[in-house]
Design a protein around this ligand. Structure first.
Ligand code: ZN
Length: 99
């Protein structure tokens, strides 16, 4: 779970989860209202994970033929992904450039 870099309070799973859907412009801390940003490392990681998932689904379709199984697997993975995502979130005071 992330810790606010401004007031050093730990965000709960629910707080992190809710703030993960804030688009752009950073996420306000529930304690001090200071905006926090996802670290570049985390953003890189989450894009790698989505690329891996898409590749796995494509490969699954290639080897087993287009089937609903991969779709069901994907639909099963999404809640797991969102469930564990807040546990690995890292935040910083500043928006870090990706490259
Ligand atoms: Zn804070």
């Amino acid at each position: 779970m992330p810790t606010c870099q401004n007031c050093h309070k730990k965000w709960s799973w629910k707080q992190t989860f809710k703030r993960s859907f804030t688009l752009g412009g950073g996420m306000p801390c529930p304690y001090c209202e200071e905006k926090q940003y996802l670290t570049a490392r985390l953003r890189k990681r989450s894009s790698i994970i989505s690329i891996i998932l898409i590749t796995l689904i494509m490969l699954g379709n290639l080897f087993f033929g287009p089937s609903y199984i991969s779709l069901f697997v994907l639909l099963g993975l999404i809640p797991i992904y969102f469930g564990v995502y807040p546990l690995f979130v890292e935040i910083s005071n500043q928006e870090e450039p990706l490259f």
